[in-house]
Design a protein around this ligand. Structure first.
Ligand code: ZN
Length: 118
């Protein structure tokens, strides 16, 4: 088996069978992709992630969890009729604030100076 650009071999993750992701044209395993995504989010203070299908977790695309400590604020409809769910969650010890396009959909958030999710 050929190793990925990160030096690891593709491996199964949970119910998924392939474990690769692409970053800057490099193919890497989901563990490495997760570490890079997490590191980038913390460095830049913003994150592009997903709200899980059950609405209880913030995850990356393969479903690896960034946060399972969420607080929902409100739902809003934007000018184009799209639903947005505003939320806060705890990630890397900080409170992050942003919005999701719905369960199982993407989410954008920024790090805040808030001490509490509420
Ligand atoms: Zn790897």
């Amino acid at each position: 088996m050929k190793s990925l650009d990160c030096g690891h071999f593709p491996s199964p993750h949970g119910e998924h069978t392939t474990g690769t992701a692409r970053f800057n044209n490099e193919e890497m395993c989901w563990d490495c992709a997760y570490k890079i995504e997490k590191g980038d989010a913390i460095k830049h203070g913003n994150i592009f992630a997903y709200l899980s299908e059950d609405g209880k977790k913030v995850t990356n695309w393969p479903g690896m969890v960034f946060s399972d400590n969420l607080h929902f604020l409100c739902n809003m409809t934007d000018n184009f009729g799209g639903e947005r769910t505003y939320l806060r969650f705890r990630f890397n010890g900080d409170v992050w604030s942003g919005f999701a396009m719905g369960k199982g959909m993407y989410l954008r958030a920024r790090k805040t100076k808030l001490k509490s999710l509420y």
